[in-house]
Write a new protein. Structure first.
Length: 376
C-alpha cells in the first residue's frame, strides 16, 4: 500500500449545555460551582488518500479555550505525517508543546488528535475500533451515573434508578461526600433497599474525604455490598487509597483525574486501587490509555474508564479482564448514532472506527473552528 499522509486538520470547539446544573460533593463543600456546560474539542483529520478520522477531548468548568488554543498551536506538526504512525505522531505533538509538560491540558489537547488517528486507522481497515484493537467481547457491563448526582432529591433518585434499569443499564452509581455524612448513609441505604441486595451499586465521593473520614465511611458502607467506593480521597493520594484498599472489603476505585501514564503508574505500583479509572482524552488519547490499561491488568486491577462512553466502549471491549463502562447520555446530542443497551450491558458498535459522526446540533453549538493544510 502506498504511503498516505495527513493533508488537513480541522479543530472544532463545541460547548454542550447541560439541561440541569450538575452538583456533586465538590459543589456542596464549596470547592466548585455547579456545572452548566462541557467544552468539547473535536479534531477531524484528513489524508491525501481521502481517509478521515474524528477525535474528541473535553474539559469541564474551565480549560476549554486553553485546550483549543494549544491544539491550534501544535496541529501543524501533524501535517505531512503518515497517519498510521500513531505513536510517532503522539511524540511529535508532545514535543511540539514540550515546555508545558506531558500531563494536564497539554496532553488532553493531544488526545483529540490521537483518537482521530485511531478512528481513521480503523475506518481504513473497515473495522470497528474494538475489532482493530483485538476485541475480547461484543458487549460490556455498564452503570449509570447521570441520575445519581447530589442535586437530585431522594425520591427522584429512586425514580431514576428504575428508569436506568428499564433502559437496560446494569448498575447504579450514587454521589456521596456531603458535609453531613448522615445524609450520605440515608441515600445509599434507601437506594440499596430499593434495588435489592445484589443489584450492582457504586458510590463516588469525588475526593471530598480526608483519610480518617474515608476509613470510617468505608467501614459503614461495607454493609451495602458496593461494587466500589470511588475517589474517597484526593486524586493524587496514592498511599491513602492503597491503605483503604488494603483495609476494606469494599473495592476502591480512582484514576479519572489523572492526566498521564506516569501519574497512573504511581497508583499502580502502590496498589492504590482495585478499579483503575483512566480517561482516554485526559491521559492524551488511546495510545497512552492502552499503556495504562496494560500496566493495570498486570497489577491485578480492573479497568473502569471514566466518561466518554462513545469512545470507551471500544477500549473496554479489548480489555482481558471485563471492565465496567460508565453510561452518560450527556454527549448523545453531539452524534447521529446511539449506543444500544441490553440486559445490563452496552453493545459494542460494529460500524467502522468509533462508529460516530457529528450531528447538526454539534455544528450549531460550535463556537470556534480552525483549519490547517488542505481540507475538503
Amino acid at each position: 500500500m502506498a504511503e498516505d499522509t495527513v493533508s488537513g486538520i480541522r479543530l472544532r470547539s463545541v460547548y454542550l449545555p447541560l439541561k440541569t446544573p450538575i452538583s456533586d460533593a465538590k459543589v456542596l463543600t464549596g470547592r466548585q460551582k455547579p456545572m452548566t456546560e462541557i467544552a468539547i474539542l473535536f479534531c477531524e483529520v484528513e489524508t491525501e488518500g481521502g481517509h478521515r478520522g474524528l477525535g474528541i477531548s473535553y474539559s469541564k468548568r474551565a480549560g476549554g479555550p486553553g485546550q483549543f488554543a494549544h491544539a491550534c498551536e501544535i496541529a501543524p506538526a501533524l501535517l505531512g505525517e503518515d497517519p498510521s504512525d500513531i505513536a510517532k505522531a503522539w511524540d511529535k505533538l508532545a514535543w511540539a508543546g514540550a515546555s508545558v509538560g506531558r500531563s494536564g491540558l497539554a496532553v488532553q489537547a493531544i488526545g483529540a488528535f490521537d483518537v482521530a488517528l485511531w478512528d481513521l486507522k480503523a475506518k481504513r481497515a473497515g473495522l470497528s475500533l474494538a475489532k482493530l484493537l483485538g476485541a475480547q467481547r461484543d458487549s460490556v457491563r455498564c452503570y449509570n451515573t447521570s441520575g445519581g448526582f447530589l442535586h437530585t432529591p431522594l425520591e427522584e433518585l429512586l425514580v431514576n434508578t428504575d428508569r436506568s434499569r428499564e433502559k437496560g443499564i446494569g448498575g447504579i452509581k450514587l454521589k456521596v461526600g456531603q458535609p453531613d455524612w448522615a445524609l450520605d448513609i440515608e441515600r445509599v441505604s434507601r437506594v440499596r433497599e430499593h434495588l435489592g441486595d445484589t443489584f450492582p451499586l457504586m458510590v463516588d465521593a469525588n475526593q471530598q474525604w480526608d483519610r480518617p473520614t474515608a476509613m470510617r465511611m468505608g467501614r459503614i458502607f461495607e454493609r451495602f455490598n458496593l461494587i466500589w467506593i470511588e475517589e474517597p480521597l484526593d486524586c493524587y493520594d496514592a498511599a491513602g487509597h492503597a491503605a483503604l484498599a488494603a483495609a476494606l472489603d469494599t473495592p476502591i476505585a480512582t484514576g479519572e483525574m489523572l492526566t498521564s501514564v506516569s501519574e497512573h503508574w504511581d497508583f499502580i505500583r502502590q496498589n492504590g486501587a482495585d478499579f483503575l479509572m483512566p480517561d482516554a482524552p485526559r491521559v492524551g488519547g488511546i495510545t497512552p490509555y492502552l499503556k495504562v490499561a496494560t500496566l493495570a491488568e498486570f497489577a491485578g486491577m480492573t479497568i473502569a474508564p471514566h466518561f466518554s462512553m462513545e469512545l470507551h466502549i471500544h477500549l473496554a471491549a479489548a480489555m482481558q479482564r471485563e471492565p465496567w463502562v460508565e453510561h452518560f447520555d450527556w454527549l448523545e446530542p453531539l452524534f447521529n448514532e446511539r449506543l444500544e443497551l441490553q440486559d445490563g450491558r452496552m453493545l459494542v458498535p460494529t460500524r467502522p472506527g468509533l462508529g460516530i459522526s457529528l450531528s447538526e446540533q454539534a455544528l450549531a453549538w460550535t463556537r470556534d473552528v480552525a483549519g490547517f493544510g488542505s481540507l475538503h
